[in-house]
Design a protein around this ligand. Structure first.
Ligand SMILES: [Zn+2]
Length: 411
């Protein structure tokens, strides 16, 4: 029995049937439905001959012993957002099960192959994404804060975890799981519109974007809308408006896939009879290259000062959050490109806007690459999320090819 990508599609539909409803997938981490999904996965993965283990962070591992203890990892996440799509995360896991089946039938692989179902990638219940992978990767450093987190119903995060056998204080012990890892592969739906717009089924991910998030406050003077002549106004919104449009030029100038978003502007006093006194803007800038990300930021800062001067208003910047770009492994990117071309005839290299578990593994120093498969209309985190069946099947084949290539390259 060879690889059966059709079976993966059938299993994904079965999983949706088991853990979804008319509003979409409901496999939110640390819930009964998620536990049911993990039990179902166990029933699929263990018959391949893989041994199951759940680590200190709640990650579910299936290990197929190889001729060497050095391990090739394949990962995904079976948890979903509430009312989520049927493919986000679980495509990777189920494609991985199919690859395990194929490998087990062919005998003992040269390297140990481990499939991991990461715990709580989405952070849907407690607002903390990449829980299991950041614990295993060793970057988790927010336990004091996590201890205080509660869900919408007032249940504390440590209690919810304990109900599923996870002790928050011991989660970082999951680090041992990466000890023998030589490479990490992850297949995911794109969740964006790029591959569809290029009419290419599969792509290779170059890495995850670095992100700079800032709050920018323009300060002018509230003044009567009727009695204040136009040339005497100190209108904070004018600075914000100019900056919002300039962001397009900045992204274009820096290039290389740069994206800049002003996600919100709150104006005060915010009444129809007053010039705006303060405009608080939320800015998100992303790039795959650290130097160019810094350039995006300094360009936006300079532009904001220029506009403040033009409008005779003040401007202040406050950092909200940032993360550096995480590039994937060049050798694996080449292998992934080959695998994708062999399977579908064409490949496209692209960065990932969303963060993924793969970013945490790469950050831990394990050579990593991701494959993307086209998302229809670029939609995800909604029940409308979809991918053509033929593309799903190609993606399983591509992951399988890449696994073979990685086993040879890292043996
Ligand atoms: Zn996902």
């Amino acid at each position: 029995m060879a690889l059966s990508p059709e079976r993966t599609v059938t299993e994904l539909r079965d999983l949706q049937e088991l853990t979804g409803d008319e509003n979409g997938s409901q496999r939110v981490a640390w819930t009964d439905t998620w536990e049911r999904a993990r039990q179902w996965l166990r029933e699929k993965a263990v018959p391949t001959g893989a041994e199951e283990e759940i680590d200190e962070a709640g990650n579910q591992w299936f290990t197929l012993p190889g001729q060497s203890e050095r391990a090739l990892l394949i990962g995904g996440h079976i948890d979903s957002v509430p009312n989520g799509g049927w493919l986000d995360g679980c495509l990777d896991v189920m494609a991985g099960v199919e690859v395990l089946r194929r490998l087990a039938e062919e005998g003992t692989p040269s390297l140990t192959v481990r499939l991991v179902n990461w715990a709580d990638e989405e952070g849907a219940r407690f607002g903390r994404s990449l829980f299991g992978s950041s614990a295993a990767g060793g970057s988790m450093s927010d336990q004091p804060e996590l201890r205080e987190r509660r869900d919408a119903g007032g249940i504390a995060l440590p209690d919810a975890l304990a109900a599923h056998g996870v002790d928050l204080d011991r989660a970082l012990d999951a680090r041992g799981q990466l000890a023998n890892a030589v490479a990490y592969l992850e297949l995911h739906i794109e969740q964006g519109p790029v591959l569809e717009s290029l009419d290419v089924p599969l792509g290779v991910v170059l890495g995850t974007f670095g992100v700079e998030r800032h709050q920018i406050t323009f300060r002018g003077q509230a003044a009567h809308a009727g009695s204040t002549p136009m040339e005497q106004r100190r209108d904070a919104l004018a600075g914000a408006a100019k900056l919002e449009l300039e962001l397009r030029e900045i992204a274009k100038r820096v290039g290389g896939g740069a994206v800049c978003t002003m996600g919100g502007v709150v104006t005060r006093p915010g009444i129809v009879t007053s010039v705006v006194e303060t405009a608080e803007c939320l800015l998100d800038q992303r790039h795959l290259d650290a130097t160019q990300l810094a350039e995006l930021l300094s360009n936006a800062e300079a532009a904001s000062r220029r506009f403040a001067e033009e409008e005779n208003i003040g401007v202040e910047w406050q950092k909200i959050w940032s993360i550096e770009p995480i590039p994937f492994d060049e050798r694996l990117i080449e292998l992934a490109d080959e695998a994708v071309r062999e399977v579908s005839g064409a490949s496209h290299r692209l960065p990932s806007g969303p963060l993924h578990d793969a970013a945490e593994v790469a950050r831990a120093g394990i050579p990593t690459v991701m494959l993307f498969v086209q998302s229809l209309r670029g939609l995800s985190h909604t029940r409308l999320e979809d991918t053509k069946e033929e593309h799903l099947e190609l993606s399983v084949q591509a992951l399988d090819r890449l696994t073979t290539k990685a086993l040879e390259a890292f043996a």
